[in-house]
Design a protein around this ligand. Structure first.
Ligand SMILES: NC(=O)c1ccc[n+]([C@@H]2O[C@H](COP(=O)([O-])OP(=O)(O)OC[C@H]3O[C@@H](n4cnc5c(N)ncnc54)[C@H](OP(=O)(O)O)[C@@H]3O)[C@@H](O)[C@H]2O)c1
Length: 303
């Protein structure tokens, strides 16, 4: 097996090299610093390096092994440039954290196909491109950890989130299949499934351009039937995110996945995610649909 023949397998004394996408904010920001604090040489990548001041200030204070690299996950060239740069500097990549992502919001009927494709370019196809770039390197090394930030929304459907949810379901299917292909070469692929996490995620959420959020006329035939649910869902976001778990909790779990000898296929993060998946096991689809609606529309989940 290639894995056994490799003469550059990772020695336990060698410093590990990580590449993280979307490090300018939230989960990517915290995870980059956390890995670096734990001695991993971390390339904190971002599409816009002018957003790097805060992470560099944090890393500088503790003299952490962290470097900024430009990487736009929707730009194939910037992905291969980032990977080539790391290889030219460090000659290996042990860890990749696919984190960059955002949510497109709106009823499917009012979303444009191009908007849904854009969502998939970032949350799904970009991840594929990066994985395809690093797999030959990791196979040669006989070692690699590929961590993918999915979501509770990678396990359950949510109203007005069909584009986001389907991009994360696609990611789940990709990882579940890829695991079998690469495990013989010492490469472990895992999914991280956070519930609600307090980050810039809601500010960065995109509302579909054709989504109607209010009805202004008395002519019923021109009114959107989705306005009420959109308004309820949007007004429930803020209180839900204020109660969310911290990005640091996700970073802890990423570190667990990269340091474990036998990383799990999936890691749920946050009380809300754990509770929801526990309920999913013990309810019918119909019962579960009521729980989902109560939860995302901000109603009492026990009602
Ligand atoms: N927050 C939650 O409740 C939650 C729950 C479950 C899963 N997640 C997942 O966690 C991941 C991180 O989200 P977050 O909560 O940390 O949100 P966030 O604070 O909005 O961070 C998103 C990051 O992705 C980056 N990004 C977006 N498009 C990109 C592109 N084309 N190329 C490179 N980077 C890009 C953003 O960069 P810019 O600063 O340039 O925009 C930002 O750094 C996402 O995959 C999200 O789906 C979040």
């Amino acid at each position: 097996m290639e894995h056994n023949n490799s003469n550059i397998m990772r020695s336990s004394r060698q410093q590990q090299i990580a590449l993280i996408t979307g490090s300018s904010s939230g989960i990517g920001f915290e995870t980059s610093l956390h890995l670096a604090r734990n001695g991993i040489y971390t390339y904190a990548t971002m599409r816009n390096p002018s957003k790097s001041k805060e992470i560099l200030d944090n890393a500088g204070k503790d003299n952490l092994p962290l470097k900024i690299q430009r990487l736009d996950i929707t730009d194939t060239e910037s992905i291969s440039e980032a990977v080539d740069k790391i290889i030219s500097e460090k000659n290996r990549i042990d860890i990749v954290v696919n984190n960059a992502g955002y949510s497109l919001l709106g009823p499917l009927e009012q979303l444009q196909l191009d908007e849904i494709k854009e969502e998939f370019e970032t949350n799904f196809f970009g991840t594929i491109k990066l994985i395809q770039n690093v797999l030959p390197i990791m196979r040669r090394q006989g070692y690699g950890r590929i961590i993918n930030i999915s979501s509770l929304a990678g396990r359950i459907g949510l109203p007005l989130s069909s584009a986001y949810v389907s991009s994360k379901f696609a990611l789940e299917g990709l990882v579940e299949s890829l695991r079998y292909e690469v495990q013989p070469y010492g490469i472990h692929v895992s999914l991280i499934e956070p519930g609600v996490i307090k980050t810039n995620f809601i500010n960065n959420m995109k509302l579909g351009k054709n989504v109607i959020t209010s009805n202004n006329n008395n002519d019923d035939s021109n009114n959107s039937p989705y306005v009420e649910i959109i308004q309820k869902r949007i007004s429930a976001f803020k209180p839900r995110f204020e109660k969310g778990s911290s990005a640091g909790e996700v970073a802890d779990v990423v570190l667990e996945a990269v340091t474990s000898d036998n990383p799990k296929a999936r890691y749920l993060v946050g009380e809300d995610a754990l509770k929801m998946m526990e309920k999913r096991k013990n309810t019918t689809d119909e019962e579960f649909a009521k729980l989902v609606m109560n939860s995302v529309l901000g109603r009492d989940s026990s009602s």
